[in-house]
Design a protein around this ligand. Structure first.
Ligand SMILES: Cc1ncc(COP(=O)(O)O)c(C=O)c1O
Length: 417
């Protein structure tokens, strides 16, 4: 017989389950706070020049939208293989052949929910709780937060203009030497690099990537290369891929449709991994999200045929970059990281403030120009930096530079916080 309970039999004083201590170590993304303030200003009728946003202002390529419409009309929207549609995995492998001359077995391509999904799967597949993973500061904050949420320990390498804000074998040697002195904190199992980088826009050259690949190989450390801004480069030589140097054995190469392909909300990315990681990542993907978004996958197959349109976006970013690099020094932003790629300029404003957050708030309130304070990217030194995004329209860049100059000239923009 099924037992029955009266309401009075349940305990009255409930013990509320606690939120894990680990989740309190995950920081908010400050750029979202800036965005909220900028949107509130706009909603109240104020104008805003969005130089804080780290995403393309352009739509997805026309061919992608047509392929999506076709897939939608045919209702081809069931789950796919957890590793992704075979046609898309083959398209991604061909992309490496065309761009880098690298021959990749499509079976090594894992299609994911944005590169964000690829990071999570890769970290869970390659590392055990407590493992340490090195990364550059300043850097994209989600690396650190995803690592922590998976029980891993981010180890930040403080980088500066002398290494183009990129890690080097010397910095890694110094880290291991310090471990030797103080006993270390567990094995160093991974190194994350991003070239072009967010927030600095700087790139590793081919030698730099090769040297890091070599260091990782000698130390049994995974090289995780975030190549999400590949294709958005302003030099003559294309950005180096980790696949060139590791033969794929010790490297996890991550990329996305979000930036070059202008498809942020489609939530599609990928990882190219050594064969021994494919099955663990497949099992994780099956359990965590079953399969990447199907509509986006059908559409993304067409993305590789849209290069002409996409190169048009890169040409616009280049013009925006040139405008800002030319005008910012006259507006009081004289110490700029070389913007080799991506759509960011990282500015040292230590001569103007010790509190980049307050500086950005005041700048937004007084001029309508939204920038991102550096604290997201470098909790230690980011109080002295801002990230300026030039993903928007050319006219916005010209107007933002004009307002920044006028603000400085008025004296309001030069008082220290
Ligand atoms: C350096 C870097 N990596 C990864 C991501 C995550 O992008 P997505 O998940 O859209 O691929 C971003 C997003 O801004 C980024 O800037």
């Amino acid at each position: 017989m099924t037992p029955t309970y009266s309401k009075d039999e349940f305990p009255r004083a409930a013990v509320r389950p606690a939120v894990a201590i680990r989740s309190s170590t995950i920081s908010p993304f400050m750029v979202m706070e800036v965005l909220r303030a900028a949107n509130a200003r706009q909603a109240a009728g104020g104008d805003v020049l969005h130089l804080e946003i780290g995403q393309p202002s352009t739509p997805a390529p026309r061919g992608v939208i047509a392929a999506a419409a076709h897939a939608l009309a045919a209702d081809r929207l069931a789950y796919t293989d957890a590793l992704g549609l075979p046609a898309l995995r083959e398209g991604i492998a061909r992309w490496y052949q065309d761009r880098h001359g690298a021959v990749i077995d499509p079976r090594r391509v894992v299609v994911t929910t944005g590169s964000s999904g690829a990071f999570l799967l890769a970290f869970l597949a390659a590392f055990d709780p407590g493992d340490r993973v090195a990364l550059a500061a300043p850097g994209y904050p989600a690396y650190r937060n995803i690592l922590k949420s998976a029980g891993l320990v981010p180890v930040e390498l403080s980088t500066g203009p002398e290494t183009r804000f990129q890690p080097t074998p010397a910095l890694l040697d110094a880290l291991l030497a310090a471990d030797g002195r103080d006993g270390g904190g567990g094995p160093l199992r991974g190194l994350i690099v991003a070239s072009p980088s967010n927030p600095t826009g700087t790139m590793l050259d081919a030698m730099g990537m090769a040297a890091l690949g070599d260091w990782c190989r000698r130390h049994g450390v995974w090289l995780i290369s975030d190549e999400i801004y590949h294709g958005i480069e302003y030099g003559t030589v294309p950005a180096a891929t980790a696949l060139d140097y590791e033969g794929g054995e010790g490297a996890i190469t991550i990329n996305s449709f979000s930036k070059y392909f202008s498809m942020t909300g489609w939530r599609l990315g990928w990882a190219v991994v050594p064969e021994r990681l494919v099955r663990p990542m497949e099992c994780l993907a099956q359990n965590v999200y079953i399969s990447p978004p199907t509509l986006s996958q059908h559409a993304a197959v067409a993305a590789f045929d849209c290069v002409e349109e996409l190169e048009g976006h890169v040409a616009r970013y280049r013009r925006n970059r040139d405008i800002l690099l030319n005008l910012l020094p006259g507006a009081g932003f004289g110490r700029l990281a070389p913007a080799d790629g991506a759509f960011f300029i990282y500015a040292d404003i230590s001569d103007r403030t010790d509190d980049a957050q307050a500086f950005c708030t005041r700048l937004l309130n007084e001029t309508g120009v939204a920038l991102t304070p550096g604290v997201d990217f470098d909790p230690v030194r980011g109080h002295h930096t801002v990230r300026i995004s030039f993903a928007g329209a050319e006219a916005e860049m010209v107007e933002a530079a004009r307002r920044l100059k006028a603000w400085r000239g008025s004296g309001r923009g030069s008082g220290r916080e």
